[in-house]
Design a protein around this ligand. Structure first.
Ligand code: SAH
Length: 355
């Protein structure tokens, strides 16, 4: 694979352009084109000769939209193809206040959570900062947005992959996506979701990019958490909570816990009470979501009724919580589902071809 130009900040692009013997203002033209989601070859302001030299070294289209599924509620699920043919997915959720895009940070994932489709085949590779950014640039442009008038207003790092397991690329992405001169999405409108890699949560607090920190908790005791999340063997809940408090102290940002309600596992009233006891008095919010059943996994979500009972119990105990509506459930909205099903089809095709 060639290098990815969208990995570079504007100053780094200026240095590159100078090194290539071009005038400085060319860097601005190039950068503006890229931030509008254009391919290098489509930036009309640049000379053909300069573009050809760039294309010897850099990918013309690092992230290509391969497929879009639109759900009844307007949610769009994207299957992106990377330059090396790998697939990752993203979702665009439409809300009254704007559009939130969910992006992937890795091809696959090595965290191995029992309910998640992203990790079914383990980790294939990390995405570069530019590949994460391009998912947004491409969707923003496709929806008629520009850096000045964005169609994508909010970003969540909740696609496939564990962002803090790809720490350097993720931080570089956060620096570039929040840069004044670029698409300039405010850290307040960005949420990073982690399964709780404690040392990296401390590191993130020091980066000076106060994004919202979301931790996938899904249980209130270590013993139960270990049943569905192998990462719980490495980091106990008590250490996660300390890291969250540190994040709050350093950034002033209230943190969020994701809690997927799994039938027969973590979704009854005693579990709600245990969760409330654990979180009582903390500057946090709980996002409940009914597990999206994943075909390859035997776990199922709770009924809506049980989910509301759980929510009511948390609220009664004074915990700020919401039950997220399941956007795009009819199009495989959960992490990794679309990629997993397309990979299976592709493997099927290969097998067919071999028969
Ligand atoms: N690796 C990061 C971000 C990606 S997952 C993390 O663990 O937070 C985004 C969220 O979706 C996480 O809270 C994850 O636990 C949850 N999730 C994964 N599979 C799901 C499913 N089938 N139904 C509901 N939520 C799921």
């Amino acid at each position: 694979m060639k290098e990815i130009l969208q990995d570079l900040s504007l100053p780094a692009l200026e240095a590159l352009v100078a090194e290539m013997g071009e005038k400085k203002f060319r860097a601005g033209q190039l950068y503006r084109g890229l931030m509008r989601g254009k391919r290098i070859s489509d930036i009309t302001e640049l000379s053909k000769a300069f573009k050809e030299r760039l294309l010897e070294r850099f990918e013309d289209e690092p992230v290509r939209v391969r497929e879009v599924l639109t759900a009844e509620d307007g949610t769009e699920k994207y299957l992106f193809e990377l330059a090396d043919g790998n697939l990752v997915e993203g979702v665009l959720m439409r809300y009254k206040y704007g559009n939130t895009q969910c992006v992937s940070t890795q091809v696959g994932c090595r965290m191995g959570c029992a309910f998640c489709a992203s990790g079914l085949n383990g980790l294939l590779r990390d995405l570069t900062a530019g590949e994460i950014l391009c998912q947004i640039l491409v969707v923003n442009a496709r929806c008629g947005g520009t850096p000045e008038k964005r169609a994508v207003t909010n970003v969540v790092l909740m696609g496939s992959g564990e962002p803090l397991d790809n720490y350097e690329n993720t931080v570089k992405f956060l620096q570039n996506v929040t840069a004044q001169e670029g698409i300039c999405i405010s850290p307040r409108n960005i949420s990073l979701s982690t399964c709780g890699i404690v040392p990296k949560m401390y590191a993130l607090a020091e980066e000076g990019i106060p994004v919202n920190l979301t931790v996938s908790l899904h249980a209130s005791t270590d013993e139960e958490r270990r049943r569905t999340m192998p990462v719980a063997n490495a980091y106990p809940i008590a250490d996660i909570l300390k890291a969250c408090d540190n994040y709050f102290a350093k950034t002033g940002r209230r943190y969020i816990f994701e809690y997927s309600l799994i039938e027969g596992e973590n979704a009854d009233i005693p579990h709600a009470e245990a969760l409330a006891k654990l979180l009582k008095g903390r500057p946090c919010h709980v996002n409940l979501i009914r597990l999206n059943a994943v075909k390859e996994r035997s776990l199922r979500g709770t009924s809506e009724k049980e989910a509301y009972r759980f929510l009511g119990s948390l609220e009664k105990a004074g915990i700020s919580a919401t039950l997220r509506r399941r956007t795009g459930a009819d199009i495989g909205g959960a992490c990794g589902q679309l990629r997993a099903s397309r990979l299976k089809e592709l493997q099927g095709e290969e097998n067919d071809a071999g028969n």
